[in-house]
Design a protein around this ligand. Structure first.
Ligand code: DGY
Length: 326
């Protein structure tokens, strides 16, 4: 097939090499070789110039993308499972299909959540900073005492794929008691596979758990479900772990709770205004901060690319979309 017959596809950021090779083989593709984020004008122009745009979770898609005259774009095949950067109502209205990449980043994200939990509980970041700065005075019985993870209660908000993978690690790996909140009722037998009990509200989980890990989607419905009131229900010895989306947590309220030691600590991978993270939060010792690394393994990032391509390939072949959002 010549380029004039192949779908015109724009990829907004660099992807793993093997995924880019597959894109070249299938489409008349424009890759983003220098990995510079697209500004609003380039995004709007892309809606006029391409049949499909393959964006990712850090892209900003301006409202005019969905309404610009002479629109050519018919598909947004997102690289990533979270799609709160896409206005799905506007896409529906504009007749643009939207897909995402669920399933392939479950283990990588749960691993990172458990890593942050352990790092926060055992003060690994703080300890590394002390050692690197040359200030470690040697082993002593009272040095940098953290919290015991084994046997503690793990609270999970959002019991989907990643929430369950976290429960699996906590219960079967670390002997943790697991409680969770989920919008819909989870079958008791299913919950029991993870040694888990469903509680009625986010607040109930905050109160019961030693470690609260967030695994719900971002967006209007979950914005600030962890606010000052929810944080106030946590134990003063409690830790908050967020690998979900930054806007699920009121970051100012969390920063205040950590500064005033109303909770013991936090492990964060996502932030309200990424990549900006406030000075105050960055200055705290009792928080472990990762730069949105949840899915960042070679296996997972390639699988995400391949999944997005599967969706685009199906779309242009007129087949059912494996991961349709809109
Ligand atoms: C996603 O896919 O939503 C993740 O946040 C990327 O790591």
């Amino acid at each position: 097939m010549s380029d004039t017959e192949r779908p015109r596809v724009l990829v907004t950021r660099r992807w793993p090499d093997k995924a880019e090779d597959r894109l070249r083989a299938l489409f008349d593709v424009t890759l983003n070789e220098d990995d510079t984020p697209l500004g609003p004008d380039a995004m709007i122009a892309a809606a006029q110039d391409y049949d499909a745009v393959l964006p990712t979770v850090s892209d900003r898609i301006p409202p005019d993308f969905y309404t610009v005259p002479d629109r050519r774009v018919r598909l947004l095949a997102n690289y990533g499972v979270g799609h709160n950067h896409i206005d799905t109502a506007a896409a529906r209205e504009a007749g643009i299909a939207v897909t995402n990449t669920p399933g392939v980043l479950t283990d990588a994200t749960a691993d990172l959540a458990m890593g942050l939990l352990l790092a926060a509980a055992r003060r690994i970041g703080e300890g590394e900073r002390e050692l690197r700065s040359g200030n470690w005075a040697g082993w002593r019985p009272t040095h940098m005492i953290g919290a015991q993870v084994a046997g503690a209660t793990l609270g999970i908000i959002g019991f989907g794929r990643i929430g369950k993978a976290m429960a699996q690690r906590g219960h079967h790996g670390f002997g943790m008691d697991v409680v969770f909140h989920n919008r819909s009722k989870v079958d008791d037998a299913e919950a029991a596979r993870y040694g888990a009990r469903q509680l009625d509200s986010v607040g109930d989980v905050m109160e019961a758990a030693d470690f609260v890990s967030l695994h719900c989607p971002g967006g209007a419905e979950t914005r600030h479900i962890v606010d000052a009131a929810a944080l106030a229900r946590m134990k003063p010895t409690g830790y908050l772990i967020n690998t979900a989306r930054g806007d699920v947590v009121d970051e100012a309220a969390l920063t205040a709770a950590l500064t005033e030691r109303r909770i013991a600590g936090a492990g964060l991978d996502v932030y309200e205004a990424e990549p900006h993270v406030g000075d105050e939060l960055r200055g705290l010792e009792n928080v472990v901060l990762a730069p949105h690394l949840g899915s960042a393994t070679a296996t997972t990032r390639l699988a995400m690319g391949m999944r997005a391509i599967d969706n685009a390939e199906a779309f242009f072949a007129g087949r059912d979309l494996p991961n349709r959002v809109v």
